[in-house]
Write a new protein. Structure first.
Length: 132
């Protein structure tokens, strides 16, 4: 029952009821990545390209798509990684979740979120005042 409620009222937690129906009706399973995300293809887009979509395992985080699957999803290649011997390149980094809004987020020097004293103004900026 809980899955039904979640799929009815949320889009960020797996798949919605509409996506479940469209996947059942038109989707052809293409493969699965190491994170448990499942990839589908079916139908044709308005550009004449095959429609491709992913059903995330858990929270829908677009940055959780590995590089090989990202290329396939964006029509950079027609062969999905599940049908070829895709090997991660040595220059590719491991996936890291998007840290925005978390303590691990980037905070530049001078940000109000950084502890400590802000750097002094250097004089290269003149504040606007009315009438000048």
């Amino acid at each position: 029952m809980w899955n039904f409620i979640v799929q009815t009222f949320t889009w960020w937690n797996g798949q919605t009821m509409g996506t479940r129906f469209a996947t059942w009706r038109f989707g052809k399973r293409v493969g699965e990545d190491e994170f448990g995300n499942v990839y589908y293809e079916g139908g044709t887009s308005s550009y004449g390209l095959p429609k491709r979509w992913v059903i995330y395992k858990g929270y829908a985080e677009a940055s959780a798509i590995p590089p090989g699957w990202h290329g396939w999803m964006h029509h950079r290649t027609d062969v999905p990684p599940s049908k070829e011997n895709y090997a991660v390149k040595d220059w590719q980094k491991e996936h890291r979740a998007n840290p925005t809004g978390s303590p691990q987020a980037y905070r530049p020097p001078g940000s109000l979120a950084v502890a400590g004293e802000r750097p002094r103004v250097t004089g290269d900026y003149d504040a606007w005042t009315p009438g000048n």
